[in-house]
Design a protein around this ligand. Structure first.
Ligand SMILES: [Zn+2]
Length: 180
């Protein structure tokens, strides 16, 4: 699997820390110690009552009985993983203070794609590599920026450009629309 730009690696590490932190917090609030597998299963019984990082943490702690991957992270077409992956998107998405509405949803979808890259088309992965660091900074593309970026991906992104240096969605679209 192709390596990720350093900014994306850092963003993903930040997301992983949120996921693991959510798990540790939830676990430490239990009156009596519970088995990790039982705890994870109980979270997935009612994913809509928990914030998404905890739901992702629960999936990480279970193993798919069909393909042996982390639950929900196996190859697309594994019925158990496809079913479990749906739970990922039932978790609550509460926007952090000071970010535009929908930023948490964008962050979560983007991080889900990047954490299970083999489950997604290459172009989707490529876009989210560039988006996730910007989402984490609280940025969101305008509809026009999103459409221009998608159109550029369809045409084929220009070669030889380090898109990960874009600090804003406007810069990213500018780079992506560059014609050789
Ligand atoms: Zn599976």
């Amino acid at each position: 699997m192709a390596s990720l730009p350093p900014r994306t690696e850092r963003a993903l590490a930040e997301i992983q820390a949120r996921i693991d932190g959510a798990w540790d917090d939830y676990r430490s609030q239990r009156a009596s110690p519970a088995d990790d597998v039982e705890l994870a299963r109980s979270i997935l019984e009612r994913p809509n009552e928990h914030d998404w990082p905890l739901v992702d943490a629960a999936l990480d702690r279970l193993v798919c009985t069909e393909c042996g991957s982390r639950l929900g992270a196996g190859p697309r077409g594994c019925p158990e993983c496809d079913f479990a992956d749906g739970f990922r998107f039932a978790g609550r998405e509460i926007d952090r203070p000071g970010v535009p509405p929908g930023n948490e949803h964008a962050t979560r979808v983007s991080s889900a794609v990047l954490r299970t890259r083999h489950r997604w088309p290459g172009a989707v992965v490529r876009g989210n590599e560039l988006f996730l660091p910007l989402f984490l900074e609280g940025q969101m593309p305008t509809r026009e920026e999103q459409e221009r970026f998608d159109a550029a991906v369809k045409r084929g992104l220009p070669a030889g450009i380090d898109f990960s240096r874009a600090g804003t969605f406007a810069e990213l679209v500018e780079l992506a629309s560059h014609r050789a």
